[in-house]
Design a protein around this ligand. Structure first.
Ligand code: FAD
Ligand code: FES
Length: 274
């Protein structure tokens, strides 16, 4: 084992799923260690993925810690490294280092209702939490998942969400409906206000575009949720992931080590730089 903290482990792409096509396409990659076991992680942590010769990017680990064989990442094509990732094929070798950041205190939430609220690719960072809670279904009360995207074609993990119905209350929405769409039409925060989840003995966890998070939190507050009952994960730009380069800071916090998971009560204490 090298003592160079920047040196990635080698991992092989074992499976690729095209979630969404188009300009901002999303693909889900399963990666397995080339040799031995990969690192352990907790729900909410992320990893630095590299394409050799192209660069690195921070991506949330989108698989449950209960899965030991592989780690899953859902990546939106936005720029240099993510676009190169989208060109990779099964069998290609990438670099991976981590896990980085803190995690959601899922064990503390046993016996409570959980309300997950995701938008777009923002479902990926909370997906390990959703799937781990469902794997330990008896430990939690009601589990509700709100998820929305621009159109039905832009909803990721669609088949997995359909399979969860029965164990969880799945509430999908699209900004713009198309023929045959039978669920909510409108923005995610409006769907939350429409369905009115109860704040009693409940934790709400949200991730998505910053504008969505802002209005989701406003609407949860209107429904009576206290700041301590709302959690989110923030995606400040990151370079090292190790608390060394200062790229990700909010006030005195390096989000790569202190975050990315915060309760709304904790975030309100920080300057509005996220
Ligand atoms: C903790 C954390 C978790 C993340 N999880 C995921 C994930 O699960 N899936 C996913 O697709 N992406 C995720 N991201 C965002 C991802 O890191 C960036 O999209 C990626 O670094 C872009 O790299 P690139 O070289 O392709 O783009 P670049 O060429 O570096 O940038 C392309 C464009 O994207 C913008 N950009 C780059 N990084 C960010 C960022 N962090 N926030 C907002 N805009 C940015 C740039 O300003 C530029 O306009 C996460 C980021 C963080 C910090
Ligand atoms: S990414 Fe370098 S300090 Fe956080």
């Amino acid at each position: 084992m090298s003592d160079n903290i920047y040196l990635p482990e080698l991992a092989r792409i074992a499976h690729i799923k095209e979630e969404i096509g188009g300009e901002r396409a999303i693909k889900t990659f399963r990666v397995e260690p080339v040799e031995g076991d990969t690192f352990k992680h907790e729900c909410g942590q992320c990893a630095m993925l590299s394409v050799f010769g192209r660069g690195e990017m921070m991506i949330s680990i989108a698989s449950s810690p209960l899965i030991k064989e592989y780690k899953q990442f859902s990546i939106m094509r936005v720029g240099r490294v993510s676009a190169t990732f989208h060109e990779l094929e099964v069998g290609d070798v990438i670099g991976i280092r981590g896990p980085y950041g803190n995690s959601f205190p899922l064990d503390d939430w046993k016996g409570k209702n959980l309300v997950f609220i995701g938008g777009g690719v923002g479902l990926a960072p909370i997906w390990p939490l959703i799937t781990t809670a469902l794997a330990q279904r008896a430990d939690f009360k009601n589990i509700t998942v709100f998820y929305g995207a621009r159109s039905p074609r832009d909803l990721m993990y669609r088949a997995e969400l359909e399979r969860m119905r029965g164990d969880a209350n799945i509430q999908l929405s699209v900004d713009k409906a198309e023929d045959g769409w039978k669920e909510f039409c409108g923005f995610v925060p409006a769907n939350v206000l429409d369905k009115k989840p109860s704040p009693d003995n409940t934790i709400a966890i949200t991730c998505g575009p910053p504008i969505m998070i802002k209005f989701v939190i406003e609407n949860l507050s209107k429904l009576g949720f206290k700041d301590e009952q709302i959690y989110t994960t923030i995606e400040n730009k990151m370079k090292c992931g190790l608390g060394k380069c200062g790229r990700c800071n909010v006030g005195k916090d390096y989000v790569c080590t202190k975050g990315p998971v915060y309760s709304w009560a904790q975030l309100k204490e920080l300057p509005e730089e996220y």
